[in-house]
Each structure stands twice: as structure tokens, then as C-alpha cells.
Design a protein around this ligand. Sequence first.
Ligand code: AMP
Length: 144
Amino acid sequence: MRISDILRVKGGQVVTVNPDATTERLLGVLAEHRIGAAVVSRDGVVVDGIVSERDVVRALAARGATVLTEPVSAIATTQVRTVTPDSRLEDVERLMTERRFRHVPVVVDGVLRGVVSIGDVVKNRIDELETERSELAGYITGER
Ligand code: AMP
């Protein structure tokens, strides 16, 4: 399975936030879209960073509520790991597990094309296992 298979189902829409937006604004965006991270981008095309609820929690714990009025660029990660639609799902799973992040932007020739979350990965794994289980059950009972 490739990342393109996931994007075909979930679509390529990505919630982005401007690096100059405040952390308070970011929290509004995350809550509104019910997501855990946003891609930081000035133009919605180029990935300038990624910022997740974990970054907010860490910054709040370290510096307190002042963080809320600071720009998102102050807490975002700028060295972003990205994948392409051709990337294999299992490689992305490994990347997420080893690097301990739950979101990976999908980029083609410098253009943002989607985002894959750990939720998408788990959903796909469950679907795969369910298909395999029912095929095996059919094989055992002779229905296939
Ligand atoms: P997450 O588990 O995705 O909420 O993110 C955990 C930490 O990793 C946060 O500091 C994020 O800014 C960072 N992070 C999330 N996704 C990526 C990524 N694709 N590349 C680099 N850092 C990331």
C-alpha cells in the first residue's frame, strides 16, 4: 500500500497556519478542525514547518501563558520530515514510530499535497487485517 492510496480516500486537503499567527489562533484552528497538528505555511503550498498540540503543551509548561500571544513560528518544528504519494505505508509507519511523530505532510516537487496522520495509518492497518481475516475465514470454511 502507498500513501497515494490513503490520499485517494481521504483527499488532499491540509489545514495550514501562517507562521505569524498567534498560538491562540492555532488552538482555535486545531479545535475547529478537530485535528492535532497544522502545517505551517505562508502560502498554503510550501511547507515552512509543522506545529502540533504537543508543541503548545511543551511551550506552555516551559514559559507559561505568554506563549498564547506569541507567533506560531516560535514553537513550530522547522525541520519537517515529509513523504511523497509513492512512499510505502509501512515505511511511513516506521518513520512515525521511530521519530515519535503522528503527522507527516505529503509533498511533491515542493508542493504540499496532503497530510497523513497516525489515525489514517491505524485505520488502514485495521482495514487490511479485517480483509485478511475474512479471506482466511472464507478459505477455512470453503466459502472461497
Ligand atoms: P505529533 O506527534 O505529530 O503531535 O508531533 C510531535 C512533535 O514532532 C512535535 O514537536 C511536532 O512539531 C513534531 N513533528 C510532527 N510531525 C513532524 C514531521 N513530519 N517532521 C518533523 N517533526 C514533526
